[in-house]
Design a protein around this ligand. Structure first.
Ligand code: TYD
Length: 138
């Protein structure tokens, strides 16, 4: 398998005197959505990877950071409600979500219903799995 690159997805804005409307045209079907709020200052979330789940992250309000880690590399992405973009996270990335602003909402669209067996929650297990499964990462 090849590990796909994360990609930015534009959020289109339609502003008129009665308010602003924001649109994401989804590149895959979402079966689940969830959002994270009230993250205490300095707290970090994530610390897992998904075997098959595809997700889109965005900040309807505030800001936060997502670090995507593989067995070979690390990339950081800033999600800010002022930037009109969302992040598509393909399956296979270890993620750490941090630097939440006080007012942040982390909104997530997910390709599948919740399934704990799709998670890899130990970093050592993740590194072994990543090296075994992704030709471009070993
Ligand atoms: P988790 O995905 O580990 O959260 P984060 O990546 O934000 O740190 O989920 C935290 C807990 O919530 C975990 O016990 C699983 C549960 N959960 C559900 O029951 N359904 C869901 O859709 C999600 C995302 C999590």
């Amino acid at each position: 398998m090849i590990l796909e690159e994360p990609k930015w997805l534009p959020i289109n804005q339609i502003i008129d005197p009665a308010g602003s409307l924001r649109v994401l045209e989804l590149p895959f079907e979402a079966k689940r959505t969830y959002f994270i709020q009230n993250v205490p200052k300095g707290s970090q979330r994530g610390f897992h990877a998904h075997r098959s789940l595809r997700q889109i992250f965005f900040a309807p309000q505030g800001r936060f950071e997502i670090e995507l880690i593989t067995c070979k590399s690390k990339k950081s992405f800033l999600l800010n409600s002022n930037d009109q973009r969302a992040l598509i996270v393909p399956p296979g990335y270890w993620r750490v979500i941090s630097s939440f602003s006080k007012d942040a909402t982390c909104m997530v669209l997910a390709s599948e219903h919740y399934m704990e067996s799709d998670y890899i929650r130990s970093f050592d297990d993740y590194v072994s799995w990543c090296k075994e499964n992704f030709r471009n990462e070993s």
